[in-house]
Design a protein around this ligand. Structure first.
Ligand SMILES: Nc1ncnc2c1ncn2[C@@H]1O[C@H](COP(=O)(O)OP(=O)(O)OP(=O)(O)O)[C@@H](O)[C@H]1O
Ligand SMILES: [Mg+2]
Length: 200
């Protein structure tokens, strides 16, 4: 592993399996002797906790501008307090959502991607960014019991369209998330191990 560690993020629609897959990837990497850690956005810091309460668990959607600014502020603290120090220690940091979630969700809400990029300019770029692609119809079904303000079909379709722009320019690597948890985990591990092999 490189001295500076490795930063991976796992992205995708609500309920596509990010948390399941991020945790599995960390477990599998650790089993292979890598010092991998799990982290998540919104972060566990003060701003992250505020976002959960104010934006995600609210009955009314916050304005996209406020969402984008809060997520960028939380990300800055997440990078400064957790991600960068762990990378400096040579760890593999796997983040359950990262900056592409801001592009996808607030971009889908109509904000300019360039502005989202500007307010996130201090966010360290991931070495490997994975998009777990699940059909919007499927995630909406999966999430029925725990619906939030961002989870209707039309929103999920728009969000996927933005993610796909990053797949098309190769910033995100698309994994077919419509398969079983095991098959998706195997595919993610394969891509990650290949990436690690090419580094050494
Ligand atoms: N490949 C899969 N096939 C079927 N069900 C799955 C698959 N992956 C995850 N699930 C189930 O879908 C639900 C959502 O999974 P998970 O919490 O990992 O998604 P998420 O992307 O982290 O969701 P959120 O965006 O809400 O954080 C869980 O009940 C999980 O067990
Ligand atoms: Mg999750």
């Amino acid at each position: 592993m490189k001295e500076k560690g490795l930063f991976i993020c796992v992205e995708g629609l609500d309920g596509c399996g990010k948390t399941t897959q991020t945790r599995l990837l960390v477990k599998k990497l650790r089993k292979r002797g890598y010092n991998a850690i799990y982290t998540v956005e919104p972060s566990q810091g003060k701003i992250g906790r505020f976002i959960r309460r104010y934006c995600l668990h609210s009955t009314k959607r916050t304005s996209a501008v406020v969402e984008a600014l809060l997520f960028a502020a939380d990300r800055y603290e997440h990078v400064t307090n957790e991600i960068a120090p762990a990378l400096k220690e040579g760890k593999i940091v796997v983040s359950d959502r990262y900056v592409y979630s801001s592009f996808a969700y607030q971009g889908a809400a109509g904000l300019d991607l360039k502005w989202i990029e500007t307010i996130n300019k201090h966010a360290v770029k991931p070495d490997l960014a994975i998009f777990v692609d699940v059909k919007p119809e499927v995630v909406v079904q999966r999430l029925k019991p725990k619906r939030s303000v961002m989870e209707n079909l039309e929103t999920q379709r728009k969000v996927r369209e933005v993610y796909m722009k990053f797949v098309e320019n190769s910033e995100l690597i698309k994994i077919d998330g419509n398969k079983s948890i095991k098959d998706v985990a195997d595919a993610i591990l394969k891509v990650t191990l290949e990436f690690l092999k090419n580094l050494s």
